[in-house]
Design a protein around this ligand. Structure first.
Ligand code: AMP
Length: 420
């Protein structure tokens, strides 16, 4: 497998080769920069290559495969052709299938293409009717698709591209035999795209069996980076973050610092506070214009403005060498984001520093991160001195619901069953 060359610097949707109607739609949705998986996968898919995308939800992977597929179908709608499908997207769950189809409609709003979603649990009749006149993009769960195929309601011999989304989830749910059966029904000459958050042996095998010389794009540099970063977590009271931030910047003079913050308002607030103390900072987030963001980034790169405060989305696709300190002002709700954030430092073999602020409310997020990275992050007190285990705050206990309101029947979420 060939790994695509890294090119994340200042990539724009235009430079990826997307057509105007798609660019306009993206602009109207407020997307400014492609995420790393988009930057890598879109050109490869447009070229017609098979792709294995190692990426989890939240990386922008849906747009990474939907946009180029829409572009390739543009002007070639199969509308009106009997039971023909051109692009098939398979999803492990009904919810994800619906979400993907909504993205297909949203991104394709300026193109006249037909899409539909077929999943189990709803009457099949309407799905049969929708398929009768041909569909450009069909999003489906495997079981219902097989039912429709066996009834002759859909033909798979015109499929140009198949997308297997969240392949590892399909494996967990037990869909692998169905996936292999479906793949066997497709024309040999086709494009196959496989996305998965992890790459267990069975998925590698599936890829080896059914993909043709795929390009692998991975957006999780995960553990290796984390190893080189010296990490610590500073336990603070809820109102202690702003002062701790100021102190941290003061004690790292001349260093390039990226601060991650959960909200745009929070990012602005920290920037104001640091600037009021002459500690040169700028915030970048979705409410800033492209001009403001570019200026902030340039100043940060030149070193004239040492602190960059960013939300996770705004920081996507940004790659600045020489970041010495990453501060997690707020802990991320998705543990994997922690790895992406601290990966901003310790690039190219350099060592780096990552300090995370943690209030009692955030202890649970901290534990989830530690479970993911399999490291117990050394704890510090607010003054920066090591905090022994017994002094680490405990998460607040859940408030007991008043008598009579306890729901004794369904304490536990039922196990998810295979759906289709
Ligand atoms: P996904 O990983 O496909 O579930 O996407 C995660 C979220 O990111 C979705 O809510 C998308 O709308 C959003 N998103 C995808 N691409 C971009 C982008 N380039 N800029 C901003 N938001 C994006």
């Amino acid at each position: 497998m060939q790994r695509q060359k890294q090119k994340e610097f200042y990539v724009t949707f235009q430079s990826l080769g997307l057509i105007k109607p798609l660019l306009e739609t993206l602009a109207s949705q407020g997307y400014e920069t492609p995420t790393p998986i988009q930057a890598k996968a879109i050109p490869a898919i447009l070229e017609g290559r098979d792709v294995v995308g190692l990426a989890q939800t939240g990386t922008g992977k849906t747009a990474a495969f939907t946009l180029p597929l829409l572009q390739k179908l543009q002007g070639r709608s199969g509308r009106g052709k009997d039971r023909v499908v051109k692009v098939l997207i398979l999803s492990p769950t009904r919810e994800l299938a619906a979400q993907i189809e909504k993205s297909v409609r949203d991104y394709g709003q300026k193109l006249s293409l037909r899409s539909t979603c077929v999943v189990g649990g709803v009457p099949i009749k309407r799905q049969q009717t929708a398929l009768r006149n041909g569909i450009d993009i069909l999003v489906a769960t495997p079981g219902r698709l097989e039912d429709l195929v066996s009834q002759g309601s859909v033909r798979l011999n015109n499929i140009e591209t198949i997308v297997l989304d969240e392949a590892d989830q399909m494996l967990d749910i037990g869909f692998m035999p169905a996936i292999r059966r479906i793949l066997k029904l497709l024309p040999a000459k086709r494009q196959t795209l496989l996305f998965s958050a992890t790459m267990p042996r069975e998925i590698r095998k599936l890829s080896a069996d059914y993909l043709d010389d795929p390009i692998e794009v991975a957006v999780t540099p995960i553990a290796k980076t984390a190893d080189k970063v010296s990490q610590s977590v500073m336990h603070l009271p809820a109102d202690g973050k702003v002062n701790a931030m100021t102190k941290l910047v003061r004690t790292h003079p001349g260093k390039r610092i990226i601060v991650f913050c959960r909200t745009k308002r929070g990012a602005d607030k920290i920037a104001r506070k640091l600037n009021s103390e002459n500690l040169g900072a700028a915030a970048i987030h979705g409410n800033k214009s492209q001009g403001q963001r570019t200026r902030a980034l340039d100043a940060f790169k030149k070193g004239t403005m040492p602190v960059l405060i960013a939300t996770d989305i705004a920081a996507r696709g940004i790659d600045v060498p020489g970041v010495e300190l990453v501060v997690n002002y707020d802990l991320p709700h998705v543990a994997e984001s922690y790895v992406h954030r601290i990966g901003r430092t310790a690039r190219a073999g350099a060592s780096g520093l990552a300090v995370s602020f943690c209030t009692p409310d955030e202890i649970k997020l901290l534990r989830a991160i530690e479970r993911l990275i399999k490291i117990k992050i050394p704890a510090l007190a607010a003054d920066g001195t090591p905090l022994p285990d017994h002094a680490v705050p405990q998460p607040p206990r859940a408030v007991k619901r008043p008598e009579g309101k306890q729901n004794s029947r369904r304490r536990h979420r039922p196990r998810r069953r295979a759906q289709s």
